[in-house]
Design a protein around this ligand. Sequence first.
Ligand code: G4P
Length: 530
Amino acid sequence: MSNRAPLPPEIARRRTFAIISHPDAGKTTLTEKFLLFGGAIQMAGQVRAKGDARRTRSDFMKLEQERGISVSASAMSFDFRQYRFNLVDTPGHSDFSEDTYRTLTAVDAAIMVIDGAKGVESQTRKLFEVCRLRDLPILTFCNKMDRESRDVFEIIDEIQENLAIDVTPASWPIGVGREFVGAYDLLHDRLEIMDRADRNKVAESIKISGVDDPKLAEHIPANLLQKFHDELEMARELLPAFDRAAFLNGSMTPIWFGSAINSFGVKELMDGIGEYGPEPQPQTAAERQIDASETPVTGFVFKVQANMDPKHRDRVAFVRLASGHFERGMKLHHVRTKKPMTVASPVLFLAADRELAEEAWAGDIIGIPNHGQLRIGDALTEGENLRFTGIPSFAPELLQTVRAMDPMKAKHLEKALTQFAEEGAAKVFKPMIGSGYIVGVVGALQFDVLASRIEQEYSLPVRFEGSNFTSARWISGDKAEVEKLVNVNKGHIAHDSDGDLVFLTRLQWDIDRVVRDYPGVKLTATKEMM
Ligand code: G4P
């Protein structure tokens, strides 16, 4: 975010971001309105879904199913004014998962949606912490202002205190609940009036010469106007003014007040993303930083989604382009296998449908259909051996044994598990002793999701059972000592899906013992995926 050379205009106009929120705050509704204003759909809820076979796996799919919008992807692109927005979906279920973390490695900014009546909720806080690890710029949208909500200062205070970030109002609401008339856009001196009659209509926008403009009185009832003036005066005293540098380094968040369902405040938020950015940011590899302006194409896989269409065993690797101008048919270097890879049918997820991507630029997300060659963390370049960093694999916090109900189907189970491991949906460990597999996840809900996916996608009913172990640690270090550790503790050793050694245990004491007895061995709770 420092003094970089200006980016080529095609790259500079790109905005790649995710929405973080607690379930029910309004992420789906907001996404729908983004698409509406991005011209990707004509009228919320009018575009028909293509095929009802898909199941809810992401919020975009939820959109597709419940509201009949055809999206079917984890990333969507659309244009708004002169900008190209790439909106990346974060998984919607309330269990925090690695998937979410990885998604956030592919974006340059995040929109935090909070419910005006509820404030900062648990899932928002967790996701916010992940954004903070990367100093992502955050724009805040306080939703549902058409309903009784908390006092504005209280909401802002809660964000500041709970998340330790400065909050600056980008707009100020006028009235709340039934009395809510709209908001004053503090960054552009505009009065936005909400239309309750037509939910898809954009608010009437009235240019105002400043908060003292007598024109305000023509649109706002006297009692609300007085309150608005009082509050604003207080806000000016108590809250910091917008500071773009502080926003870009993640220490300040501008907040907009709106109502997604009434299409209110959404355009202003989109204007905010467009105007304040950020542009595609440099990405970090072990070797060096890759700037979006560099000519050679580079990118990394942050997500693999298998069986998007259950009828075809296709899988799509989602690649965030870190630099360059990609063109369809390009031959790229697959760094992990050192093999060339011709990207013949990349897809760009234009909101209307999956479309062949003829070209893409740094900042874009493209999907590359493949048969399993591409894994999370993989780099594609025009020849340079780069390893993008910061895409970790976390030690699972819950471990269970999985068995096929039909013992004859063990091979099928292995195949399904391998696929989920590659997709990053679970950790799969093959213990050295005994048959069967141990599956590790971060949130308990993931076991249910896995069981139902294995059953649906592989017609294979399975059972998850408690395992003897509760923790997993990756083993590295001195070769001779690792070998000794493995030989002496065979009952605790397994291989993960990459063939790497893992120490399984139920006691912290065991881990401490290994650390004490094998000083040359390292046990770690994360592993970089590359
Ligand atoms: P999520 O993806 O974050 O889980 O939230 P989603 O958009 O599905 O919204 C959750 C609920 O909040 C929905 O109601 C939605 O209509 C409502 N909602 C979203 N934005 C606003 C708003 O600005 N004002 C008000 N009053 N409500 C809003 P639901 O009853 O669960 O679903 P539905 O029957 O409306 O589809």
